[in-house]
Design a protein around this ligand. Sequence first.
Ligand code: PMP
Length: 435
Amino acid sequence: MTGITNQDAAARARAVIPGGVNSPVRAFGSVGGTPLSIVSASGPTVTDVTGREYVDLVASWGPALLGHAQPEVVAAVQEAASRGLSFGASTPGETDLAELVIDRLDGGIEKLRLVSTGTEATMTAIRIARGATGRDVVIKFAGHYHGHSDGLLAESGSGVATLGLPGSAGVPADIAGLTLVLPYNDRDAVRAAFEAHPGRIAAIIAEAAGANAGVLVPEPGFNRFLVETAHAHGALFILDEVLTGFRVGPAGWWGLERAAGETWVADLVTFGKVIGGGMPLAGIGGRADLLDLLAPLGPVYQAGTLSGNPLAVAAGLATLRLADAEVYARVDAAASTVSNALDAALTDAGVAHTISRAGSLFSVAFRDGEVRDYADAKDQDAWRYPPFFHAMLDAGVSLPPSVFEAWFLTAAHDDAALDRVLTALPAAARAAAAA
Ligand code: PMP
């Protein structure tokens, strides 16, 4: 052991990194206490700087579908690294990955451009939509998070929700004014927005299933309604699968809706997280005529020094090749085991709660009744979460450090890991009750 504590590590970091973190939710701002400083991870666990191991239900906020440091994924990255870290030129692997993703979505997208982050993917999708339609206004939903580009932070989920912010300083009012923020699952609000802004709306962007203000499940037919309404008004529909893509199923949330009989297709689809298997990789997919608006073919400019980085592509390819039906069945089963036990523990402790579930993603809200939209998500006894979170952490389980985040299971959560979670839940539920 090094003798270093998480407190030492955090203090050192705070002196040189804003808030001690390179992404805000890591700072434990809403749960209090000292963030973990992680030195390694393997399968279902992460290990902090003190050498303590935790069962991890953050999974790098989604990417670690197979569990951490999956040996075949690590080997693929090592092999790629031995051939060079970045070429700034095309590689056969990029085409392999594009073919694999297009094949997996089977009619959902025709072409794919790779970038490095989900933020870039949604930002570029919106630029394509504006370029294609010649219109400026974009509809997004309150509590949905699409990354941190200027136009998409208004009433955003994720860390913006955790910190209770309306948006971000530094975003020019003229840019924020081009984003209409509507309540999720509210068809009348969508119809009214198109009526109020005839000929001005370029696109609706929506998370395939909301997972950044806790889980917000789209009501049956809501995504279809969004596609149809956008098209009826000459606008495009951008499906944000950065979080859900390749996580809730082999073809993301869209694939689950297809399996349930839906036939709609989005104009543009954004990917991130699992597509890079833990490395920085994301993508914009969609109709060929729309993707071909991108430079060098078309007038919509987008570029990236590290776009399609060979190590990231190797990790993504290895991950997606391993992510077969059995992997998804394991993740689904693990999610059911944990969410059922969470439900039971909170019920036994007499804590009002609602668990929302979208595929293998779920979250808890400390309230009775359904959580349909961001207003519902905010209307809960959120103060019950910090003691619950810390009781779990003390018992060796690392949960997302915000009640507004989904819990992430992986295919590596075996019985031993799940038992540790289940054993910890009753005392945490009692801590929530006592709060
Ligand atoms: N869209 C969604 C739905 C997300 O969940 C996220 C990240 N949590 C993003 C976009 C942004 O991705 P990134 O953090 O890679 O920029």
